[in-house]
Design a protein. Structure first.
Length: 207
C-alpha cells in the first residue's frame, strides 16, 4: 500500500487489514527422513544399467487406504518383486524388503526410493543387505521411471479399486510370475527371469 510504504498511517483506519503471519518452515512441513543420501551421489554405473543388482523401490496404496504393496524393480533385468504390507509404516516395509531381497543378497548393490516417510528405516535396510540406499529428488518420479512403469503393470492386475487387505499371497505370487516370465523387447525378447538368473532357470522366480 502506497501510504504505508511512504510512512503514512492512513492504512491503520482500514476496516479490514491483513495481518502478516510468520510461517516457520512452511515450505516443507513433512517430517524429514534423517541421513538421506541423494541420488546425486549414486554411482554412474547404476544409471547406465551395466550390472545386475540396482533396485528401485516404491509403495502402492490400496483403495480407501486399505493395505499397501511394496514393489521392487531391478534396473537391468526388469525383475519384479512384490509383497503385501499391512500399512505404509516404516517398520513393516523394512521387514518386507529384507524378506524379499535376502535370498538375492549377492545381487543387491543399491536401492533408490522416493522421499516417503515409509522409507525412514533405510539405514537398517542398507546395513542388513550390505547395500547403499539413495533417495530421488522430491517430485522427480522420472528418476525412478522403471519402478513407476512396473507399478502401472501391477495396476493392470490390481486396479485402483483393489483393497490390498483382501488379496492373498498366492495372487501376488501369480502376478510376479506373469511379470517375470513375460518376454520384453528391451531385453531382446528375453524374460526378466532369464536375464537376472542367467544359466539357472530352476531358481527363477515364479518358475
Amino acid at each position: 500500500m502506497k501510504d504505508k510504504s511512504e510512512g503514512g498511517d492512513l492504512y491503520t483506519q482500514l476496516r479490514c487489514r491483513k495481518k502478516s503471519k510468520k510461517r516457520y518452515g512452511s515450505h516443507d512441513r513433512r517430517r524429514r527422513i534423517p541421513n538421506r543420501v541423494s541420488i546425486d551421489e549414486r554411482p554412474a554405473v547404476v544409471e547406465k544399467r551395466l550390472r545386475i543388482g540396482d533396485w528401485e523401490i516404491d509403495t502402492i496404496i490400496g483403495s480407501n487406504h486399505c493395505g499397501a504393496l511394496v514393489s521392487l524393480a531391478e534396473r537391468k533385468s526388469r525383475l519384479s518383486l512384490i509383497a503385501r504390507l499391512p500399512n505404509k509404516c516404516a517398520e513393516g516395509l523394512k521387514q518386507a524388503v529384507i524378506d524379499l531381497l535376502s535370498p538375492l543378497r549377492a545381487k543387491v548393490h543399491t536401492l533408490t526410493s522416493d522421499n516417503g516417510k515409509e522409507f525412514a528405516e533405510h539405514e537398517y535396510i542398507a546395513k542388513n543387505l550390505d547395500a547403499k540406499f539413495f533417495f530421488a529428488h522430491p517430485y522427480a518420479s522420472w528418476e525412478r521411471g522403471l519402478n513407476e512403469n512396473m507399478n502401472g503393470l501391477i495396476r493392470q492386475y490390481f486396479p485402483k479399486t483393489t483393497k490390498f487387505t483382501q488379496i492373498s499371497d498366492e495372487q501376488i505370487e501369480w502376478v510376479m510370475n506373469k511379470l517375470n516370465n513375460r518376454p520384453r523387447k528391451c531385453l531382446r525378447m528375453k524374460t526378466p527371469n532369464q536375464v537376472f538368473f542367467g544359466d539357472y532357470p530352476s531358481v527363477a522366480l515364479g518358475s
